[in-house]
Design a protein around this ligand. Structure first.
Ligand code: GDP
Length: 435
């Protein structure tokens, strides 16, 4: 459990997405720098490295994030200051450094659901066009975000310093139009989305209004982030606590540990563990080593239950109230997008299903419909196979009992990913439980 003090401002998780090389790392690094999260000396060191390698000055900000990545890969604890920042209204955590495909997995497995996203798109001639093409990642990311229920977006139209002529309003309008078309297709309400012309390299319109674009009267990037709505706390939903870990403490008993995703848990409540079905009474709840009477969504807790043995509670199980128990499924229909598959996915495929804290083998028993990834319209009934970039409705059978929910009733427990050999093959949401 983190020792970090709870921020007083509302907390939001943010992802930065967009086509490779459109400047996500540079923009994010520079933003963190402008917000005082990176010291001058570090930046100067990166600048020196850039010079030595002859890769140009713009790399110095991208390195802020590359270092993060390196540390993460070597398993070194990352200085949390690098990942968190504050704006006037909110406290933000960047989930995953830009460019890591694992953001999909993290969002699905519940480590971090994004409350909003920055979609970075370069305005440099040629780059915009390739990101928005059928193969473009901007298109893919927009669809993924929508599928995963991320409804708040800011579009950063980047590299405005590199348009011809520099800081060209006409080019900005052109890119804005094209991106709007894409977002509309994907299903976003474009009227609600802020578009900000920026230069991640030079810093224009990140925190302060840019003197280079006097024609732009809109919000800066951080002002646009502050326009996001605070996500409602899902206290009105049934209680769901995916189990992360379980301890057996002498003199205390069985102590599951996990984060409350939805609902509230109180001392004295009667709970049930699914799929084992074990029933018990909550004797005490603890968060950050402090006893509490009531736990709310977002709280990481350990709690002691009487009447349940350690064997009845395992990582991946879900705890809820006895009068509204977590659903256990044998088969479900899902809406997915194939994030990556080396060849083609066919019925019978058996990857590992990741949902909240659970990881179990599952079989794709039927490819029901192929969908247009841009509109969600059905393009083919019972397709033979699915390849990278395809969207589809598929039928999935977990090969062991699994507690998961329909996305429309409890979104927090309705997402999943299919993984194989450490890669995310497909990501999606549970549309309908069929068995
Ligand atoms: P990522 O792959 O999206 O994270 O992109 P990077 O941040 O690594 O940037 C890709 C390339 O674009 C690098 O050569 C950067 O120096 C350059 N770049 C990024 N942002 C800007 C910008 O605002 N203006 C200009 N001119 N170049 C930029």
């Amino acid at each position: 459990m983190s020792e970090r003090q709870k921020p007083s401002k509302p907390h939001l998780n943010l992802v930065v997405v967009g086509h490779v090389d459109h400047g996500k790392s540079t923009l994010t690094g520079h933003l963190l720098y402008r917000l005082g999260k990176v010291d001058q000396r570090t930046i100067e060191e990166y600048a020196k490295m850039s010079e030595k390698l002859g890769v140009g000055d713009t790399f110095k900000f991208a390195w802020v994030l590359d270092r993060l990545k390196e540390e993460r890969e070597r398993g070194i604890t990352i200085d949390l200051a690098f990942q968190d920042f504050e704006t006037k209204r909110y406290y933000w955590t960047l989930i995953d450094a830009p460019g890591h495909r694992d953001f999909v997995k993290n969002m699905i497995t519940g480590a971090s659901q994004a409350d909003g996203a920055i979609l970075v798109i370069s305005a440099r001639s040629g780059e915009t066009e390739s990101a928005l093409s059928d193969e473009g990642q901007a298109r893919e990311h927009a669809f993924l975000l929508k599928t995963l229920g991320v409804n708040q977006l800011v579009v950063a139209i980047n590299k405005m310093d590199a348009t011809t002529p520099p800081y060209d309003q006409k080019r900005y309008e052109e890119v804005k139009n094209e991106v709007s078309k894409l977002l509309k297709l994907v299903g976003y309400k474009v009227e609600k989305i802020n578009f900000v012309p920026v230069s991640g390299w030079k810093g224009d319109n990140l925190v302060e209004p840019s003197p280079n674009m006097p024609w732009y009267k809109g919000k800066t990037l951080v002002e646009a982030l502050d326009e996001f709505e605070e996500p409602p706390k899902p206290t009105d939903k049934p209680l769901r606590i995916p189990v992360q870990d379980v301890y057996s403490i002498t003199g205390v008993g069985t102590v599951p540990v996990g984060r409350v995703e939805t609902g509230t848990l109180k001392v004295g409540d009667t709970i049930v563990v699914m799929p084992s079905g074990a029933v018990g009474e909550v004797k005490s709840i603890e968060t950050h080593h402090t006893p509490i009477q009531e736990a709310l969504p977002g709280d990481n807790i350990g709690f002691n239950i009487r009447g349940v043995s350690k064997e009845d509670v395992k990582r991946g199980y879900v705890i809820g109230h006895l009068d509204n128990p977590p659903t256990v499924v044998k088969e479900f229909l899902a809406r997915v997008i194939v994030v990556f598959h080396p060849t083609a996915m066919a019925a019978g495929y058996t990857p590992v299903l990741h949902a909240h804290t659970a990881q179990i083998p599952a079989q794709v028993v039927e490819l029901v419909q192929k969908l247009d990834p841009r509109t969600g319209q059905v393009t083919e009934e019972n397709p033979k196979s699915l390849k990278t970039g395809d969207a589809a409705v598929i039928k999935v059978r977990p090969l062991k009992p699994l507690s998961i929910e329909e996305y429309k009733s409890i979104p927090q427990l309705g997402r999943f990913a299919l993984r194989d050999s450490g890669r995310t093959i497909a990501a999606g949401v549970v549309e309908k439980i069929t068995e």
